[in-house]
Design a protein. Structure first.
Length: 70
């Protein structure tokens, strides 16, 4: 199962749905029942980070306030 992001042009709101990859392109409806469009989700990755940080070391590259901070 994957999480896909959708946008409802009528409500002007984004929402997410868990779907199998096989049904990723199936039509979707917003919680109010309007036709929604699938959008590309944006994600961030640290640039030039050490290999351990890029792999998720210390809460995804040290983005937390844990005691492992440098």
């Amino acid at each position: 199962m994957a999480i896909y992001e959708f946008y409802c042009p009528t409500c002007r709101e984004k929402f997410e749905e868990r779907r199998s990859m096989a049904s990723a392109s199936a039509p979707a409806s917003c919680p109010r029942g309007h036709r929604a469009e699938r959008v590309l989700s944006m994600f961030a990755a640290p640039r030039g980070a050490a290999a351990s940080e890029a792999a998720g070391g210390c809460c995804s590259g040290g983005a937390c306030a844990c005691s492992s901070a440098r």
